[in-house]
Each structure stands twice: as structure tokens, then as C-alpha cells.
Design a protein around this ligand. Structure first.
Ligand code: GLA
Length: 387
């Protein structure tokens, strides 16, 4: 977590006045992968890694940002739209600002310092954390209190328009709405959600970062989206009421699946079964049936690997290693895939030794040293006191 006092001191040193401090967390998805853009269900939790923003208004309409992580400063003017620099970190902030203004949130210029401890490229939604904290901080500084659902939608829209990734709503939504010691069950169509208690006294959530990120991630993500849409187009002939794969039950899928070409059939099978697994998993969590919850995590991984084909050798290896440890109740890839991390539900006894063993085995087989962290379920975005 970022020390708000230290961040505040850095701000005063750089800009000569006192800031307000906001933060938003990264996330790990426990189950419900690639279901969000199919109108389905997801069960993520916010993690104790966050992006913090120190901010104070200016008298003009410039947004000037210094990032501690990159040691860089950059700015843009709210009244002047210039072409974006491709892949530039400032685009996230500019995107959120412009979309807020389009939503009638008239902003003020601001001086900002950003500081994050969400690992990048690990599938833990460092960009969603950045978008969410930006939305909250800019709107609050201008005197607006923006609804959390709108905040999440603005972050998602920023990805679509300013980053070029056609992501779903999960990451931004959980970063905005999570609750400490809870996972969040989200219906990605209605955006109704439930904070489900996550009792981690006897088990822990372990995140294992493969440390690889294959180039395919964005292009394949967008391809999966179109494959799902294609499945809906075909299945609509038999099930005219459906709008998204969310509307297809496992039984209906079984009845009509042979009308789909092989690849499309496997993509749709993942989504339809994953939605069912996610709802079951949430029930198991409520009953504290962690063994059953773990089984569903393993099943989810198999489905992502074989049918949705978004895993990779490194993620599969970490899941295989997990299967050999009796203390690990479940493991699966988390997030978009093609690298990034696995999420593991692990009994707390011998935790340090298990971490050691996973690390050694992964390194032996890949020559890469993984990063493993124990994640705590945290609150969504908030303002923090820096005193
Ligand atoms: C990325 C996207 C999310 C979601 C996941 C896969 O994290 O940002 O919207 O689609 O992939 O579940």
C-alpha cells in the first residue's frame, strides 16, 4: 500500500501546497473469466495493491501529472485536444478527464502526483486502478460526487477509446465498489452486485505472477469477443430471445451446440459453463464450502485452457504445480490470460513453505523467478487522510 503521508510530503515539496489524497485498488478475479463482456457473472476481489493520487486544484484548466513510478511529468489542457501519443501513460488520465466532461462533470485544472504499487503486466488491473482513482480524484476536486457505476463505466470507456482494448466492466467496477474482507459478485448486464464475505482466517489467496506477457493478449482478446458474438448470431436462429451468451443455459447449449463450428462451439461452451460455475462458486463461498470452491477454480482453468484457449504454458505449469500440493484447494489463471498471474486458494498452514516450493519448481522448469504475493480483500476506491 502507498504511504499517504509520504505522498502528501512529496506533493508539498513539488507543488508547494497541501493535496487531497485518493486511492483505488487493483484486483484479482476468483472466478468468472471472460464472462463480463458476455453479460455474465464475475467474482473478483480488490487487492491490497493500489494506485494513489495526490491532487490540488489549479486556477487554469491544465492537468499536470508527475508519476513517481516513471519519474516523469506531463500535462494536457482540458480546453485543448491534441493527438495522443500512442502507448503514453498520460492517455489514461486524459481519457478519464475528457469522458467525465462529456458526462457533464465540469472539471477544474489540477496538479497531481501518482504513485502505484500494483504490479504492471501481471493481470492485476493496474490500469483499472489508475482510471478509477483518476475519475474519483478529478470529480471530487471539482466538487462532484460521481456515482460508482458511472465511474466504472468511464474507466471502461477510456480503455475502449483511449487505449484500444475492448474490455468488459469487471476491473473498473470492482476497483470502485469492492468491500474489505469480501469478494464481489457482479451481474455484468444489470450491474447489480453483492459483496460476498470472504473469510480468510484459515485459507489465503495467493497470486503467482508468471512474469510473462505474450504479445497476443490484446488482439486475441478482441478476437474472443467477436467469436462470442458470432456464437450468439448462430444460436439466435434456435433461441430467438437471446442477446448475449449470458442468456443461454447449459441445457440449451447442449441442445443446439452442434450447429456451431468447432472453434465457436468451444468458445461458447466456456462462457456458458463459466457463468454456471461462477454462480455455484458464490454459493459455495457463502456456505464456506472452500473445497468445492477450489474444484470449480480448477475446472475454470481447464475450460480457459482447452475451450477458450487464453492460457499459456507458464500459467498451465503453475496450475499443475498447484495440483500436486494438497494444501492448495484450487488454482486458475486470472484476468485476460496469455501470461500474467494465477490465483490460488490455499490452506494457511505451511504457507511460507508452499510459496517456497512453488517458486523453486516454477523456476526450475522455466528459468524465471515468479513473484508470489498473499492478497487481502480490500475496499474499493476512497479518499484517505494523510495525517
Ligand atoms: C481483462 C478485462 C476484463 C475481463 C478479463 C477477463 O481483465 O479487462 O474486462 O474481460 O480480462 O475476464
Amino acid at each position: 500500500m502507498i504511504d499517504p503521508k509520504l505522498l502528501s510530503e512529496k506533493f508539498t515539496e513539488l507543488y508547494n501546497r497541501e493535496p487531497r489524497i485518493f486511492r483505488a485498488p487493483g484486483r484479482v478475479n476468483l472466478i468468472g473469466e471472460h464472462t463480463d463482456y458476455n453479460g455474465g457473472f464475475v467474482l473478483p476481489m480488490a487487492i491490497d495493491r493500489e494506485t494513489a493520487m495526490a491532487i490540488a486544484e489549479r486556477s487554469d484548466r491544465k492537468i499536470r501529472v508527475h508519476t513517481v513510478n516513471f519519474g516523469e511529468t506531463a500535462e494536457f489542457d482540458l480546453d485543448e485536444e491534441k493527438p495522443l501519443r500512442k502507448g503514453f501513460w498520460l492517455n489514461f488520465i486524459e481519457g478519464v478527464a475528457r469522458i467525465l466532461e462529456r458526462n457533464s462533470v465540469k472539471l477544474k485544472g489540477a496538479d497531481i502526483i501518482l504513485w502505484s504499487d500494483v504490479p504492471t503486466g501481471a493481470g492485476l488491473s493496474s490500469s483499472a486502478a489508475l482510471e478509477t482513482v483518476t475519475g474519483l480524484a478529478l470529480s471530487e476536486t471539482a466538487g462532484f460526487s460521481v456515482d460508482r457505476t458511472l465511474l466504472a463505466k468511464i474507466g471502461q470507456q477510456t480503455e475502449h477509446e483511449f487505449v484500444g482494448a475492448k474490455v468488459g466492466i469487471m476491473d473498473q467496477f470492482v476497483s470502485a465498489n469492492a468491500k474489505r474482507n469480501h469478494a464481489l459478485l457482479l451481474d455484468c448486464r444489470s450491474l447489480e452486485f453483492e459483496n460476498v464475505p470472504l473469510d480468510l482466517r484459515e485459507t489465503a489467496i495467493l497470486i503467482c505472477d508468471t512474469k510473462v506477457k505474450h504479445d497476443l493478449a490484446t488482439s486475441e482478446y478482441n478476437t474472443r469477443r467477436s467469436e462470442c458474438e458470432e456464437a450468439v448470431r448462430i444460436l439466435k436462429q434456435f433461441l430467438p430471445g437471446i442477446e448475449q451468451l449470458r442468456d443461454v443455459s447449459v441445457a440449451e447449449f447442449g441442445k443446439y451446440k452442434d450447429n456451431l463450428p468447432d472453434v465457436i462451439q468451444r468458445r461458447a461452451k466456456h462462457i456458458v459453463t463459466e457463468n454456471e460455475r461462477t454462480l455455484k462458486a458464490a454459493e459455495h463461498l457463502k456456505q464456506n464450502n472452500l473445497n468445492e470452491f477450489g474444484h470449480l477454480m480448477f475446472e475454470s482453468h481447464e475450460s480457459l485452457k482447452n475451450d477458450y484457449e487464453v492460457s499459456c504454458a507458464e500459467l498451465d505449469l503453475l496450475v499443475e504445480i498447484a495440483k500436486t500440493r494438497k494444501e492448495i484447494l484450487g488454482a486458475r489463471m486470472t484476468g485476460g490470460g496469455f501470461g500474467g498471474s494465477t490465483v490460488n486458494l490455499v490452506r494457511r498452514e505451511n504457507l511460507a513453505q508452499i510459496i517456497e516450493e512453488i517458486s523453486a519448481e516454477y523456476e526450475k522448469q522455466t528459468k524465471i523467478s515468479p513473484t508470489i504475493l498473499i492478497a487481502e480483500p480490500c475496499d474499493g476506491a476512497s479518499e484517505v487522510n494523510s495525517n
